[in-house]
Ligand binder design. Structure first.
Ligand code: SIN
Ligand code: FE2
Length: 215
């Protein structure tokens, strides 16, 4: 089977949130078994960690990365690094199924030729949240951000180009992919506190993968 067939997206429910921002509901579902199977080894090699913010607070979201670069935060600021800060080890390679999914989601949303070199793996336990921010640590803002949600649902806050723009509240569920790029690339976004619950496959957690072209 070709990648095109494997990632046929005709059945995915598409919703344009703004010019350049496309929600592909259920896009990852055909690949959930493979995606979930790849996670334990990634996390064993680069364990989840609550990174400190530049201001010295502890993030409620625990993070890991795979791919050539990983997003890290510490007292010096935010940046991409080719090794995990505590271990000094390179991040585990991005599994092929991750890469193919991200490339296909980007293409389906109007961004062909996406070449992710970083995948941030976020783990939200109930109560964890992410404040409104822009993704702007990437060198090449022509490439979109591709986000894949797994496990417990969460309300995603999708705002405008100004911090003060009132964000839309979008429920992201297991298997949903969200792509933002082009005129939406620098839209503010965040995640409301995740509610308690049990997901049949992932238990009491939400996992979000965001694929980026960091360099
Ligand atoms: C992020 O903005 O990096 C994560 C978004 C999410 O967890 O859905
Ligand atoms: Fe982000």
């Amino acid at each position: 089977m070709s990648n095109l067939e494997l990632f046929d997206d005709e059945w995915a429910r598409r919703e344009q949130l703004a010019p350049g921002a496309m929600l592909l509901r259920g896009f990852a579902l055909p690949h959930e078994v493979e995606l979930l199977a790849a996670l334990p080894e990634l996390i064993a090699r680069a364990p989840f960690r609550h990174m400190p913010t530049p201001g010295g607070r502890r993030m409620s979201v625990a993070m890991s990365n795979c791919g050539r670069y990983g997003w890290v935060s510490d007292r010096q600021g935010y940046r991409y690094a080719s090794a995990a800060p505590l271990s000094g080890q390179p991040w585990p390679a991005m599994p092929a199924v991750f890469r193919r999914l991200a490339v296909a989601a980007a293409a389906s949303a109007g961004f062909p030729g996406f070449e992710p070199d970083a995948c941030l793996i976020n783990r939200y336990l109930p109560g964890a949240r992410m404040g409104l921010h822009q993704d702007k640590d990437e060198r090449d803002l022509a490439a979109p951000i591709v986000s894949v949600s797994l496990g417990l649902p969460a309300v995603f806050l999708f705002g405008g180009l100004r911090r003060g723009d009132r964000p839309a509240r979008i429920l992201l569920e297991h298997g949903d992919a969200l792509v933002w790029g082009g005129p939406a690339r620098l839209c503010y976004h965040g995640v409301a506190p995740v509610k308690k619950g049990q997901h049949p496959r992932l238990g009491e957690q939400r996992i979000n993968l965001t694929f980026r072209k960091a360099r």
